[in-house]
Design a binder for this molecule. Structure first.
Ligand code: ZN
Length: 440
């Protein structure tokens, strides 16, 4: 058995001396008392001289000597009272990490392990700390990094030009959050609870009384979002640009999808009607009729299954699929009309000349509203009021794709934070994930 007698451990901090080291039994504590005296310091409030006013013992967890069993520092600190203003205060404790019952050294270890991508639960187990404590350190670290990042941005006179705003589900079906991204840098500038107009107002409140948003030229958003009026109110000089992929997806679902199903059902109805013409109990019936029925059923299946070839970009279709598409379109007028409207929509989104785009979209809406296809006419009537935001894409060809791609990262973050109800941690994590890797 090794005995350590009269051994001196030298700490970089000379404010304390250890009066008892008890690291071999189960409790593993090191007791410290302060070398400081009342004569060494002055009152932090009025700079008056102070006198001793009792003591206080603070327990701090330090790094373990044995994995999973932290050494506890019991630090006895002086309490002082000012002779002049009579206020009392506790001796400062440079061993302690701010706002945590951990030593600075322990927090440094956690930081290093986090940088090495060690998981929260492994760090907690190795250092013998609770999971919540490690999470708290993680949040403090992320917020520190975000503050530094923010200060750097301010120092560089950073002002965002292009923003994207989008909502995402925190938990499936309920609880949403809204996030705002700088499309140029990829930084998530703001995350807030909810997705209503009132919830989004908090974004503008966060930057009120600053000129931070003064240079925003355009904001990309989903056509159905409720942010429109707020952006108009707070950023009157910025254009609103509707995300082309949302628009195209909605057209694919509400118009192309609807018309395709209508056409398919029409074949089903015809097949049924023809079947009714079969005389009862007759085994052999008109082969012509038989063929017609099977043809209608065949067309029903063909149109029903054509979802992707109708939605996909024509350039990405194999020649066999393109042939199948052309066959379907030739036989179904309504679907053909909507398909050509889709193609025209894609072309309009490629335009970069504002006047040309305006003319093109006006023609597109006119054709849609006056078309014989009810779902196309409805889409036209409903979206006509969005014309400005569609035309604006020509001058500012931005979209919310980058933010949505980022939302996929958030989904992974949600899995990591499984069961975690602390939204401030979650939102800090989202912003942290968005900042460039090199400074984390
Ligand atoms: Zn004082």
């Amino acid at each position: 058995m090794a005995r350590i007698d009269n051994t001196i451990f030298s700490f970089s901090c000379q404010q304390f001396r250890s009066e008892e080291i008890n690291i071999f039994d189960e409790r593993r504590t090191v007791r410290f008392t302060s070398n400081q005296t009342a004569g060494d310091i002055v009152c932090p409030f009025c700079y008056g001289s102070v006198m001793g006013h009792g003591q206080k013992t603070v327990k701090l967890k330090d790094v373990p000597l044995v994995p999973g069993e932290p050494v506890v520092f019991e630090v006895r600190l002086h309490r002082y009272m000012c002779r002049k203003c009579r206020r009392t205060f506790l001796e400062n404790n440079p061993l302690r990490a701010p706002n945590l019952n951990l030593t600075r050294r322990c927090v440094l270890w956690i930081y290093i392990m986090l940088r090495m991508k060690v998981s929260t639960s492994v760090i907690a187990e190795f250092l013998g700390l609770s999971w919540n404590t490690v999470r708290k350190v993680e949040q403090i670290r992320m917020e520190d990094i975000l503050t530094i990042h923010e200060q750097q941005r301010l120092k560089n006179d950073y002002r965002p030009f292009y923003l994207a705003v989008d909502e995402f589900a925190i938990r499936k079906g309920h609880r949403y959050a809204t996030s705002v991204m700088d499309l140029v840098t990829g930084d998530v500038l703001w995350v807030g609870k909810g997705r209503s107009i009132k919830d989004f107002e908090a974004f503008f409140d966060a930057f009120a009384n600053t000129d931070y948003l003064l240079q925003v030229k355009a904001v990309a958003m989903d056509m159905n979002a409720s942010y429109y009026s707020l952006v108009k109110k707070h950023l009157p000089n910025a254009s609103i640009v509707y995300d082309r992929y949302h628009v195209q997806a909605q057209f694919g679902r509400d118009v192309l999808g609807q018309v395709r199903l209508d056409e398919a059902r029409e074949h089903q109805r015809k097949a049924k009607e023809l079947s009714k013409q079969i005389p009862e109990k007759s085994k052999e019936f008109d082969p012509d009729l038989k063929q017609k029925i099977s043809h209608e059923k065949h067309l029903y299946n063909k149109v029903k299954k054509a979802r992707w070839i109708v939605l996909m970009n024509k350039d990405n279709l194999s020649s066999a699929k393109e042939e199948a598409l052309n066959e379907i379109l030739e036989a179904h007028t309504n679907l053909a009309i909507c398909y050509s409207m889709k193609e025209e929509m894609i072309r309009l989104f490629e335009l970069r000349d504002s006047a040309e785009a305006k003319k093109g979209w006006e023609k597109w809406f006119d054709a849609a509203i006056h078309s014989p296809v009810p779902s196309l006419a409805k889409f036209g009537r409903q979206k006509l009021k969005r014309l400005d935001g569609l035309v604006a894409h020509a001058s500012h060809p931005i979209n919310t794709g980058k933010l949505e791609g980022f939302n996929n990262k958030i989904k992974v973050a949600k899995r990591n934070a499984y069961g975690y109800r602390n939204l401030s941690y979650f939102f800090a994590y989202i912003k942290y994930l968005s900042i460039p890797r090199k400074i984390t």
